[in-house]
Write a protein that binds this ligand. Structure first.
Ligand code: ZN
Ligand code: ZN
Length: 429
């Protein structure tokens, strides 16, 4: 398709968006009204399934419990996934705690579902060739552990994140690239592009000693708290071994200590997130954490058991696809309204996806009040719903129409093997 023809397609798409302007926003408001925590997104699933089905787009809607995938196109050619988080988060307002869409995931599901509908109505995927899949992923927020532990022991999930379960099940095996978006907290601009997200892993070191009367026979006990305390020191020295730009963060806490004040503590649990901007540094810090814990314990004649919970990989975005998205942002606003390369301390399971396939998750401003709080409010619906729909539709068309933009990771299988073995496997060890 020539550039002139592509310009005509853009004009048609803009007219389509304009025609459905109010419906798109209404759909977003409808999903906003049903905030549900991860792996409990039943109403969200029901609304999205009904919307897709009514619009002639068949879908599978029970992947990793509440996840959805719907495909458009031949199944051949370049394959784009439109990836949307589904879940809400707990917020606290006075003494009330309740689920709330204060991370704006409802905007992702509504916009990407509408992008699918408009692609379907326009017949563009058939015309341009290739395949587009809408993939709604449960449980992005890393919370609600008791519930997730429960459904994991029932065998309903294997990992705490929706995308991780879906990756393991092969949902992304035939996908070449992922397009996604996320609300940002920046009110001075309209968009961000090529931002990073920090990766994290969760560590639990259980120090085991021997209880004894702390006044009479302390020398016959083995103080587990001393092991944890020594480990705390070792960890803060270990941080010095990483350059600042790796963004290494470690804030260990003592989450439990056995006994009472007149007993030498027998068991102490030290827990910490480890965060870093690159996968390499994150995994290295994980290994060093283990050494600090094990050797602190050994030095004092204690035992130490380490438990790992899979976190999220750092996000590194596809520059090539990011540039396509960026060009379409420039059709909406001036360059000074677009922030580039923000290094964020936040994390997301889109980081895992970005490791496996070329991925873009651009940011859009729309919030009044703080993200992740009860003060969250979607103040700029035009940017949240309408501008993002336009950017995504045009990006999809570009990627399908221009073979030179169709980047993929030819080594996907090797990457997935590494991912399964060295990242996800850490879960129960
Ligand atoms: Zn969030
Ligand atoms: Zn989020």
């Amino acid at each position: 398709m020539s550039n002139v023809e592509l310009q005509n397609v853009y004009e048609e798409l803009k007219a389509l968006i304009e025609k459905h302007h109010d419906e798109i926003i209404e759909f977003g408001r409808k999903l906003f009204a049903y905030p549900e925590l991860g792996f409990k997104e039943e109403k969200t699933n029901e609304i999205l399934t009904a919307f897709l089905t009514e619009n002639g787009i068949p879908c599978k809607n029970d992947i990793a419990m509440t996840g959805i995938r719907a495909d458009l196109g031949s199944g051949d050619g370049y394959h784009i996934a439109l990836v949307a988080d589904m879940d809400a988060i707990y917020v606290k307002d006075g003494d009330k705690t309740y689920p709330f869409h204060s991370c704006g995931h409802c905007i992702q599901t509504s916009v990407l579902a509408w992008v699918m509908k408009l692609l379907k109505d326009s017949g563009l995927v058939e015309k341009l060739g290739g395949t587009v899949s809408f993939i709604a992923t449960p449980a992005e927020e890393f919370i609600d552990f008791d519930y997730r532990e429960g459904i994991r022991s029932e065998g309903k999930i294997k990992y705490f994140s929706g995308k991780q379960n879906m990756i393991e099940q092969g949902v992304f095996d035939d996908i070449d690239c992922a397009l996604s978006m996320h609300i940002n907290g920046d009110s001075g601009t309209l968009f961000d592009i090529d931002s990073t997200l920090a990766g994290f892993m969760v560590k639990k070191a259980i120090f085991k000693g021997l209880a004894a009367h702390s006044g009479v026979i302390p020398h016959l006990g083995k103080n587990a708290l001393h092991g944890a305390s020594l480990c705390m020191n070792a960890l803060s020295y270990m941080k010095d071994q990483f350059p600042k730009e790796t963004g290494l963060q470690l804030h260990p806490v003592i989450s439990s200590c056995s006994g009472s004040v007149n007993i030498i503590p027998e068991e102490v649990v030290l827990e910490s997130y480890i965060r870093a901007n690159t996968l390499e540094e994150l995994m290295l810090a994980g290994e060093k954490f283990d050494l600090c814990a094990i050797h602190s314990a050994k030095a004092l004649g204690l035992e130490c058991e380490i438990k790992n919970e899979t976190g999220y990989m750092p996000l590194s975005q596809s520059k090539e696809i990011g540039n396509v998205v960026y060009q379409h942002m420039l059709e909406i606003c001036e360059d000074d309204k677009i922030v580039k390369n923000v290094i964020s301390g936040a994390s997301g399971d889109v980081g895992d996806l970005g490791y496996l396939i070329p991925t873009v998750q651009f940011g859009f401003a729309a919030v009044k009040g703080r993200v992740h709080s009860c003060a969250f409010e979607i103040a700029d619906e035009e940017n949240a719903y309408i501008n993002t729909t336009e950017i995504l539709l045009k990006t999809v068309c570009d990627l399908l129409a221009k073979p030179e933009l169709q980047v993929k990771n030819e080594d996907y299988l090797t990457r997935k093997e590494f991912y399964m073995k060295n990242w996800l496997q850490k879960e129960h060890s």
